[in-house]
Write a protein that binds this ligand. Structure first.
Ligand SMILES: Nc1nc2c(ncn2[C@@H]2O[C@H](COP(=O)(O)OP(=O)(O)O)[C@@H](O)[C@H]2O)c(=O)[nH]1
Ligand SMILES: [Mg+2]
Length: 356
């Protein structure tokens, strides 16, 4: 795992999302710098805060800086040369996450397409900087015409788009391959920082991978989960991300889609969010799942972080989200373990019925 210093906004929800994103991209956050404003022309971060940042770098020696906002090429370049470190802005961090999660040929193409679009939106500016001598040796080619570079990206975009048209046809086949081993499968969905990974670890934590050869398809985000005497597979998916720019949505959906064709989707909800936020996150998450073809009856709604929440509050949350299938939801705490045994029982019952 690599390490980073995170620069983000001074807001608990934003910080917690940004940290979860870093974790999903396999960066250990050594230190967090909180700012009210990250749109300063030169570096994104204000020049006044630069000494604090440099001190933190000196002290923590991170591999990279994660900047939780979009940076223009000149800002990225200025900051990187000033700090002598690689800078990942919010969108390139998200792209890294998608890249690491994409496994079907279609989702790999979608991620590549998004990367090229990210690149394309910066192409002209980068070439301009390189011509001005502000970004010497850009791409190791030296000075060259903006059109050549831009057209090259455009050609690659077109090429991928035509490949995607063909890949679409393979989707159905891919889905069928999901249950190749005959195990029941579960996936975790929900917003970033709702507690999916914590739940994933709590549920699977103590279980050792004994018969590794049986589970060659397992990755770091899919593990086996024992339910009674049966074994199922559980997958931690890439979470829903706030403020996802339009050009990243297809890549997001395709990386999610290949994981979501499971017998059950556990929709993890952060019970500590306020009503409005919770409703907004839940509806966009629910809508996307339905769009991807997940049926409501195959979803189990989990009100996580509920260790200090009473029944009255719980009813209020269910009302707010218009969830009335009591048999399909559970208040849990991934952190304290509250109702995790009940969750396993619920899954066991769903999969194997009374006989087990
Ligand atoms: N209070 C409380 N915090 C939790 C619980 N589950 C997760 N968290 C915290 O929520 C944050 C995000 O959790 P994480 O599992 O990374 O979320 P993910 O982005 O959905 O995978 C972490 O700081 C967790 O410690 C819980 O049940 N109760
Ligand atoms: Mg996670």
């Amino acid at each position: 795992m690599k390490s980073c210093i995170l620069i983000t906004y001074d807001n608990q929800d934003v910080i917690s999302e940004a940290k979860s994103l870093c974790e999903a991209a396999q960066y250990n956050v050594l230190f967090t710098i909180r700012e009210n404003e990250l749109h300063f022309t030169k570096y994104g971060i204000s020049e006044g805060k630069m000494p604090n940042l440099e001190d933190a770098i000196e002290k923590h020696k991170p591999d990279v800086i994660v900047f939780d906002e979009v940076l223009k090429p000149n800002q990225n370049y200025s900051l990187a040369s000033k700090l002598k470190l690689e800078i990942l802005d919010r969108e390139s961090l998200i792209l890294e996450i998608f890249e690491s999660r994409a496994s079907s040929s279609e989702s790999k193409l979608q991620v590549k397409l998004a990367q090229l679009r990210y690149e394309r939106s910066r192409a002209k500016e980068r070439v301009r900087l390189s011509k001005m001598g502000e970004q010497p040796g850009f791409m190791g080619i030296g000075k060259f015409e903006v059109d050549v570079y831009y057209n090259d990206i455009q050609n690659r975009v077109n090429n991928i788009k035509s490949k995607l048209k063909k890949a679409g046809k393979q989707r159905a086949l891919h889905r069928q391959g999901r249950d190749r081993l005959g195990f029941k499968t579960i996936s975790l969905a929900g917003y970033t920082s709702a507690g999916k990974t914590t739940l994933f670890n709590s549920l699977t934590g103590e279980q050792k991978e004994k018969s590794a050869e049986l589970f060659t398809t397992l990755t770091t985000t899919t593990r086996r989960l024992k339910l009674g005497r049966e074994i199922s597979l559980i997958t931690d998916t890439v979470g829903f991300i706030s403020k996802l720019p339009a050009y990243l949505i297809e890549a997001f959906k395709s990386t999610l889609e290949e994981l979501i064709f499971t017998d059950i989707v556990l929709v993890v909800i952060d019970s500590l969010d306020n009503d409005q936020q919770m409703k907004k996150k839940f509806s966009s998450c629910y809508r996307t799942l339905v769009e991807l073809g997940v049926e409501r009856k195959n979803m189990i709604f989990l009100f996580n972080k509920s260790e200090s929440i009473d029944d009255k509050k719980l009813l209020h949350i269910m009302n707010n989200l218009k969830i009335d299938e009591v048999e399909n939801c559970l208040d849990i705490s991934a952190l304290t373990g509250k109702n995790l045994t009940e969750l396993k029982k619920l899954l066991e019952h769903r999969f194997y019925g009374e006989s087990n």
